[in-house]
Design a protein around this ligand. Structure first.
Ligand SMILES: Cc1cc2nc3c(=O)[nH]c(=O)nc-3n(C[C@H](O)[C@H](O)[C@H](O)COP(=O)(O)O)c2cc1C
Length: 315
């Protein structure tokens, strides 16, 4: 694939722009070059952002890089993904096309899931997530391969881990809710999605309006959902990209199996919460993304139409 047609560029760009991304201007742009597509950092005017937000923007770029590879494979192209290929430049990922490929059913489904995935910020339905299915999703799509070496996706399902996570999330929600500067920035960058009764933890984006459940309630909610944590052995640019790749691949694999989910990083913006997770969960690395997965609850309202391509200045 040396030259990209306008239709191919448009189709690939639309798919990549369906990737999950932290609030704010889109952190990536695509560059179509001979035999490859590059995902570049889009950081103009963002240099003064806090470290945690810059980390989230790189994680978002990692998720977009995963989508880029899935989109190209879904179109029958054999690819190689390299993260941070020209260390330190604006190119964060390069997906090289190595020839043609017979598209497998798995790749076709993953590509379709790109357009179905969305943040599900409400309680899940009653159907539990099968433990083996969850383990398979993690082993097939998480670490080892797909540009996600040195990355782990762990499930928080033991009593002590759930209790510690609930304590730290409760602490973070109270702190972030009361932080006027943080809330001002959040309001500027994110559209107000009306959650009504669901504007509470652990699924809501933490705003001043978000209600805080008591600890036993939060523990019970965490117990009833599947909570995953994406960690990497280091805490550098390539680690943040790897965390994003793993997040998106695991999320899409869950969607393929009929699940829905959402991710949460707000609490990890507080150093003490990140450190607390490392200590209380005995992590062998740095936590980047908390992900909740489950089956959708019976539909009360029709789903909102899927975004395609177009990008609002604020999401
Ligand atoms: C790195 C990263 C961090 C995110 N952090 C949060 C978060 O803390 N809370 C939340 O509700 N959503 C979070 N999101 C989800 C985004 O808000 C969401 O992907 C975006 O608004 C697009 O909506 P969609 O997922 O429905 O397509 C995060 C996404 C990414 C990639």
């Amino acid at each position: 694939m040396s030259r990209w047609t306008a239709a191919q560029r448009r189709e690939i760009t639309e798919a990549v722009n369906c990737s999950p991304a932290v609030c704010g201007p889109r952190p990536w742009s695509l560059r179509f070059v001979d035999g490859a597509v590059e995902l570049c950092r889009n950081d103009r005017g963002q240099e003064s952002l806090p470290e945690a937000v810059r980390r989230d923007r790189l994680v978002s770029c990692g998720a977009a890089a995963a989508t880029l590879e899935i989109a190209l494979r879904g179109r029958g192209l054999r690819t190689t993904l390299r993260l941070d290929p020209d260390h330190g430049t604006e190119v964060l990922a390069r997906v090289t096309v190595d020839g043609g490929l017979l598209v497998t059913e798995r790749e076709r489904h993953l590509f379709a899931a790109v357009f179905l995935r969305h943040s599900y910020r409400r309680p899940f339905g009653e159907q539990p997530v099968n433990h083996d299915t969850c383990a398979r999703i993690i082993s097939e799509h998480g670490p080892d391969g797909h540009g996600v070496e040195e990355t782990q996706v762990i499930r928080i399902d033991d009593d002590a881990g759930i209790a510690a996570t609930a304590r730290l999330l409760g602490y973070a929600a109270a702190a972030l809710r009361a932080d006027a500067g943080y809330q001002r920035d959040l309001a500027a960058w994110s559209q107000q999605e009306s959650l009504g009764d669901f504007d509470t933890m652990p699924w809501a984006l933490i705003r001043t309006s978000t209600r805080l459940p008591d600890q036993p309630t939060l523990v019970e909610r965490l117990r009833r959902q599947t909570t995953l944590l994406v960690i990497t052995s280091g805490d550098t640019r390539i680690d943040h990209l790897r965390a994003g790749v793993a997040t998106q691949r695991v999320w899409l694999a869950a969607v393929v199996r009929g699940m829905v989910g959402s991710v949460h990083t707000q609490s990890l913006h507080l150093r003490e919460v990140r450190a607390g997770l490392i200590e209380h969960l005995g992590l062998a690395g740095f936590p980047h993304v908390l992900m909740r997965l489950g089956h959708p609850a019976p539909m009360l309202t029709p789903p909102r139409p899927r975004r395609t391509g177009g990008w609002a200045a604020a999401r």
